[in-house]
Design a protein around this ligand. Structure first.
Ligand SMILES: NC(=O)C1=CN([C@@H]2O[C@H](COP(=O)(O)OP(=O)(O)OC[C@H]3O[C@@H](n4cnc5c(N)ncnc54)[C@H](OP(=O)(O)O)[C@@H]3O)[C@@H](O)[C@H]2O)[C@@H](O)CC1
Ligand SMILES: Nc1ncnc2c1ncn2[C@@H]1O[C@H](COP(=O)(O)OP(=O)(O)O)[C@@H](O)[C@H]1O
Ligand SMILES: [K+]
Length: 474
């Protein structure tokens, strides 16, 4: 499991270690981890040109001490100081290691004056280390930082702890911020590493263990071993009914494809049987390609909503009496009040969640974590907000984030496959929270597997599911 903690949690854990360790030890751990990540990116140190952007706090201190390590490996290191106040011991160490230092003229309102006692900016750099702000920063960047970043635009950036300027605890972005290739973080992931839009700004995250002892996380991301452990697998004495039956009430004569794709997601082999309840002509079409699909009967989970058109309300209310968990998707989300407080997974994309909460789609996209939590509280059930990094919220549980997938998954009908898959996992006995997060992980992994870097359609995702399940650790 990848776990992410709030700044407050990190500060508290850090305080315990700071009291135990010699002064500066924690920063040395962080700086060494950072330096080795930079060496990794550059393929070595000797002769490489490294620019450190150094802010006023310990984030800048990390950058300065990493600069020391890099200078000792033969790198040509230059630091641009963005504030009159900097980590003095780190600065002295960098100077002693042969690093060059430029003090930005912070009196210049635009912050664009880089002329210093040592002359104007000259050579380009191989990498920029963003030590502007870390977990102590407020969202946005000051003009000096913006100007410095502008001057080095196009050069790969390694962010220290977080890409400066993002809101660390929400993953929101409300002003200028760094966009990094790699973010090197310490002790644990922060929320901004996993939640968009900040997560996208940080590039690949590299975690350096500094020995923090941390409480339960605010956020978590399943890894293959977690998915393998949660996956419902057939017992040796299993039969189809003990494995669970999933019922699909989706599609319509107008949208038969939605029914076919929901069934494809459900019919991935993770449930014992799949029932389709709907238009007879649609069932006939499904059976021409999937002869194993049966009609109405008892189920352990329902999937309702995609392509239901005007029948969504009736389809949803028809499922309620069974008292089994329900996946509520697409057209049925308008009637999600009906499942408030029940075992359910609501699966909106940003536009659908906007409709449910009376918000604007752009607001949801800018603050997905805030809104998915709000929806889970409002409906007192599991809510899965689809996107590049899908979020799954359930009252009282850490939000789960899905980091599998590819942008090629943004294709018509992919959501129908996901709904069916989550239904199969519910039928297999997972809780709505686990079914949603395991389903979302498998769906993203299947998309990546099917895509191999190229385009895919929704049916390809469903077809790849068995191979992805088979590739999980035993
Ligand atoms: N915790 C841990 O376990 C470990 C932490 N470590 C490291 O320490 C980092 C945290 O250091 P920190 O607390 O000194 O805060 P940090 O983020 O460097 O700077 C905050 C200062 O910046 C300023 N400022 C604020 N907003 C700004 C803005 N938008 N744009 C520009 N400037 C802005 C403001 O100062 P001001 O200029 O307003 O006086 C504020 O005081 C952490 O991220 C990690 O790298 C590791 O070394 C070891 C393990
Ligand atoms: N940029 C992206 N990167 C990765 N996955 C994405 C991206 N955009 C959307 N997705 C995923 O693609 C799927 C789209 O589902 P949905 O919006 O319901 O489409 P449809 O209604 O056509 O089935 C979701 O699983 C979502 O998480
Ligand atoms: K930073």
């Amino acid at each position: 499991m990848i776990r992410a903690h709030t700044v407050e949690q990190v500060r508290a854990a850090e305080a315990v270690l700071l009291a135990e360790l010699p002064e500066g030890a924690l920063m040395q751990r962080a700086a060494h981890g950072l330096a080795y990540a930079v060496l990794d990116l550059l393929g070595g140190g000797y002769g490489r040109r490294v620019l450190l952007l150094v802010g006023s706090g310990d984030n800048g201190g990390d950058a300065l001490y990493a600069g020391v390590v890099l200078a000792r490996r033969g790198a040509i290191v230059e630091a641009w100081l963005l504030s009159d106040k900097v980590h003095e011991a780190g600065l002295a160490a960098l100077r002693a290691a042969g690093g060059r230092v430029r003090r930005l003229d912070t009196s210049s309102p635009g912050g664009s004056d880089y002329s210093t006692s040592q002359g104007p900016v000259s050579s380009p750099f191989d990498v920029v280390v963003d030590g502007i702000v870390g977990i102590g920063g407020r969202p946005g960047l000051r003009p000096q930082a913006v100007a410095a970043l502008e001057a080095v635009r196009g050069i790969p950036v390694v962010a220290v702890d977080v890409p400066s300027g993002v809101d660390v605890d929400s993953g929101e972005v409300s002003g200028p911020h760094v966009t990094a290739e790699v973010t090197v973080t310490f002790g644990t992931h922060k929320i901004a590493h996993l939640v968009d839009p900040a997560a996208e700004a940080g590039g690949v995250t590299h975690l350096v263990d500094i020995g923090l002892d941390l409480p339960a996380p605010a956020l978590e991301a399943l890894q293959p071993a977690d998915v393998a452990a949660l996956l419902p697998r057939p017992a040796s004495q299993a039969h189809k009914y003990t494995r669970g039956v999933v019922g699909i009430r989706t599609g319509s004569t107008t949208y038969p494809g939605a029914a076919m794709l929901s069934v494809a997601g459900a019919d991935c082999g993770l449930a014992g049987m799949v029932r389709f309840v709907g238009d007879a002509a649609v069932l006939d079409r499904i059976r021409t390609v999937r002869p194993e699909i049966v009609g109405d009967g008892r189920v352990q989970a329902w999937v309702v909503g995609s392509g239901s058109h005007q029948t969504a309300e009736g389809q949803l209310s028809a499922t309620l009496d069974d008292g089994v968990p329900i996946v509520v998707d697409a057209d049925a989300l308008e009637f999600a009040d009906m499942v408030a407080g029940r075992r359910a997974v609501l699966t909106p994309h940003a536009g659908e969640l906007a409709g449910m909460l009376g918000a604007d789609r752009h607001e949801i996209e800018a603050r997905p974590l805030h809104f998915v939590r709000r929806a889970a509280e409002a409906y007192r059930t599991t809510v899965l907000l689809k996107g590049r990094h899908t979020l799954i919220a359930h009252p009282g549980r850490p939000v789960r984030v899905t980091t599998t997938g590819t942008p090629w998954l943004a294709t018509a009908g992919a959501g129908d496959v996901l709904g069916g898959l989550i239904g199969a996992l519910l039928a297999g006995g997972l809780t709505p929270y686990d079914a949603a997060s395991v389903g979302s992980w498998l769906h993203g992994a299947a998309a990546t597997y099917a895509s191999q870097g190229g385009p895919i359609v929704a049916g390809d995702v469903a077809r790849a599911l068995p191979a992805v399940v088979a590739s999980l650790p035993a």
